[in-house]
Design a protein around this ligand. Structure first.
Ligand code: ADP
Ligand code: ZN
Ligand code: ZN
Length: 740
């Protein structure tokens, strides 16, 4: 017997199967991890296939040395999926296979943890007799008594009860009165139990959605996209659907953004599903992750809730895959291979005959476009549960405030609403959608934003040389002294930090208490949860934060939400900036009025007429989508095109740029004679928007490609190019989550 094996080395050169002999002494199955000789070393490998004969000289074929686990670590369905990822993400198969396993399993970095047990072998009716027979040793008598229920007892629990455990245990074990053995123990991250609340009666909208979803559990259908406003009760739909899958003996995978995966949420799911549920997220220790993975692989856990990579959880007989908050960027892997967990969810559903449910209050342009094309089925829940109203949204034109002489960061209306909210004993959330490194340049008088002449994205202010740069095409302009539209001198880089707002709040509302949540205040482990708990307990009236407070949090006492400067994400130099602004504002607004009290929202903006802001204020997803889609079509942005780039990293910029130039010139040389060249709408080599990360200089070859069947031929060739030698580290990215 022979086995085709992928050796666990991530390199284009060894991205093919190697044949090994299966020794008679080993039982090898497809999907197993094995140790094999490779060159002069030993390597780990994955068994892809078994075959009867070898296609070349048998005497040259080396044997498999050992299997690493007594079971196939990879399910057949997931192995097939790996081939698909290899083709789509243009990566070696071995890297796709690695996604399917806890990273720590490779190289034997985690081991199964075992615990030692002792168990009495004496039948119950003869125990007293045995105790009297040991009258020369009090410790042996005590040990027999402790074990008298006949159950296995962990040694570490017995040890504190006895002065000496080792001697009597050895004595009794030798005489076969006690059995000592090892058993696997699980480092499961349990968070304690809570009693499940009684099931609420479904709203008509929830019932309607479920009546379409449940049949998909046994008759595979198109993926579903559930657009449900904030507070419409999407979670209850997931729970009922998963429960029905379980009833039919099927498993479930529920993906949520990492940040939403709070202990409260996990406890809440566990209260409904108990120990049949496993959790996978980045805060688990290596051992915990491995043990959770094994509980899933062994079939002890049939429901998996987790962040992005949980889409690869080895659940057999999969009934349903749910992607909550499907618009979130976190579903795009930021590491190589850059897979999209939503795409994988859809693909798994199709392969394994499972229902796929994507859900969001603000679906991604891509997914909603799929419902328009008829590739996904749209489900809608336009109302909140229990007839709770959606919050009332006020748009404040900050240009107007300036005209009235208000130079501060709070409009008259926001100030007034905050006063009322605090006086009424309620809580408020203030939100600044600030993104780290870049700021756009705006006129505070007329609202004009300086945009690139070629790209329809905002230009970014670079303070070190006071220039404006387009991060898409590289255009550079000096920072203007006057607004090009109205000639006013009030043209400035935008950007106020959470810290500045915090100071201002403390000055204006002394004694109200302000909790600030941003990357600086949440860097410590669990700091995020502590701050949330303090706010929930009412220790502060105002929660101030960045996007991290926009998601998933449910504070019934919050009646007022303010977006201090809604335009910050809007002017971010990315074609998705309107999409992200809409999503953020709707999510933020959704934090208001989740309890008994109705909510109000104040959105401060310099561009009150922008479609993303206007439709967010009305929570009108369709109006927003229609305009966004048109714009993407007109300006040739995804989903009509794709962005591809070679990211080149080196110690100094000249090497990085050098590599980028080489790549670009090769592409131009190789393809300009071919009709394929017309699929490249633009190509340029320059510095990446963030020129240095972790002391590596970054350059890029950025391309916009037309979406066309034969574009794939280009991409495959690009991938080969990326695998070659350059004076810098070169990686190909396709539609990356961030173009920074
Ligand atoms: P969404 O995820 O759609 O924003 P949630 O799932 O968080 O909404 O639900 C909002 C609130 O409504 C939660 O507190 C939830 O317990 C409650 N809820 C959900 N369904 C019902 C129902 N049918 N009847 C009463 N309350 C419900
Ligand atoms: Zn102006
Ligand atoms: Zn440009």
């Amino acid at each position: 017997m022979y086995a085709e094996i992928i050796v666990d080395i991530a390199s284009e050169q060894v991205d093919r199967v190697f044949t090994y002999r299966v020794p008679d002494t080993l039982e090898i199955l497809p999907g197993m991890r094995v140790r094999v000789p490779f060159g002069l070393r030993e390597k780990e490998g994955f068994v892809i296939r078994l075959k009867e004969t070898a296609d070349y000289d048998e005497s040259k074929i080396k044997p498999i040395l050992a299997s690493l686990e007594p079971y196939p670590a990879l399910l057949p369905e997931l192995m097939e999926l790996a081939w698909e990822i290899r083709a789509k993400c243009h990566c070696p198969l071995c890297e796709a296979l690695r996604l399917m396993l806890p990273a720590e399993m490779r190289g034997g970095r985690v081991k199964v943890k075992t615990r030692e047990y002792a168990q009495l072998l004496i039948p119950p009716e003869r125990i007293e007799e045995a105790i009297s027979a040991q009258k020369r040793s009090k410790t042996r008598q005590l040990l027999i008594r402790l074990l008298s229920d006949g159950q296995p007892h962990p040694l570490d629990e017995l040890r504190p009860l006895m002065r000496d455990l080792r001697t009597p245990l050895a004595y009794l074990a030798e005489r076969e009165m006690v059995r000592v053995f090892e058993k696997e123990s699980l480092r499961a991250p349990y968070y304690g139990r809570v009693d499940a609340p009684p099931d609420p009666e479904l709203t008509p909208e929830q019932a309607e959605a479920l009546s379409e979803l449940i049949p998909a559990l046994n008759h595979p259908q198109k993926p579903f996209l559930l657009q449900g406003v904030t507070g419409s009760g999407k979670t209850e739909v997931y729970i009922r659907l998963v429960r029905e899958a379980m009833r039919q003996g099927k498993g479930a995978v529920i993906l949520v953004p990492e940040i939403v995966l709070t202990p409260q949420m996990i406890t809440w799911f566990r209260s409904r599903f108990g120990d049949t549920m496993a959790v996978l997220h980045s805060r688990l220790s290596a051992g915990e992750r491995f043990d959770e993975w094994r509980r899933i692989r062994m079939g002890d856990a049939r429901i998996v809730i987790g962040a992005r990579s949980a889409v690869f959880a080895p659940v057999e007989k999969l009934g349903v895959v749910i992607v909550d908050e499907e618009h979130e960027q976190t579903y795009l892997s930021d590491r190589f291979p850059q897979y999209d967990a939503r795409e994988i969810a859809v693909s798994r559903g199709k392969r394994e005959g499972a229902a796929v449910l994507l859900a969001s209050a603000t679906p991604s342009v891509y997914s909603y476009a799929m419902t328009r094309r008829g590739d996904y089925t749209l489900l809608e829940m336009p109302h909140r549960v229990l007839n709770r109203p959606l919050p009332i949204v006020h748009l404040v034109d900050m240009r107007q405030e300036l005209r009235m002489g208000n130079h501060g960061m709070f409009s008259g209306l926001l100030q007034q609403k905050l006063e009322e909210c605090i006086a009424g004993g309620h809580q408020a959330m203030l939100f600044i959608n600030r993104r780290g490194y870049a700021s756009s340049v705006n006129c505070r008088k007329c609202g004009e934003t300086i945009k690139c002449s070629r790209c329809d994205v905002s230009m970014t202010y670079h303070s070190f040389d006071q220039t404006l740069r387009c991060h898409y095409c590289g255009e550079i302009r000096p920072m203007p002294k006057q607004c090009p539209a109205c000639q006013s001198p009030y043209i400035k880089p935008m950007g106020i930090g959470t810290q500045k707002v915090e100071e201002e709040l403390n000055r204006r509302f002394p004694g109200a208490g302000v909790i600030r949540m941003d990357v600086d205040t949440t860097s410590e482990k669990n700091a995020h949860f502590k701050l949330v708990d303090r706010f929930r307990a009412g220790q502060a009236k105002i929660l101030l934060g960045t996007q991290m407070i926009a998601k998933g949090l449910d504070f019934p006492q919050v009646t007022l939400v303010g977006a201090v400067m809604a335009d910050l994400t809007l002017n971010f130099p990315d074609y998705r900036s309107a999409e992200r602004t809409y999503q953020l504002l709707v999510q933020v607004a959704g934090r208001a009025g989740r309890g008994e009290q109705p909510g109000e929202v104040v959105i401060q903006t310099y561009q009150p007429d922008h479609y993303a802001i206007r439709s967010a204020a009305r929570q009108d997803y369709r109006a927003y989508f229609n305009q966004e889609f048109e714009r993407r079509r007109n300006d040739l942005y995804p989903p009509f095109t794709m962005m591809a780039r070679f990211l080149c990293e080196a110690k100094d910029m000249s090497a990085a740029l050098g590599a980028a130039e080489i790549v670009k010139n090769r592409i131009v040389e190789e393809f300009s004679p071919s009709p394929l060249y017309r699929r490249i709408l633009f190509i340029r080599a320059d510095e990446a928007p963030i020129t240095r990360i972790q002391d590596k200089a970054r350059a890029q070859v950025l391309m916009k490609l037309l979406n066309h069947p034969d574009t794939d031929r280009l991409l495959r060739r690009f991938q080969e190019m990326a695998g070659e030698e350059y004076p810098a580290k070169v990686q190909l990215e396709i539609n990356p989550a961030s173009l920074a």
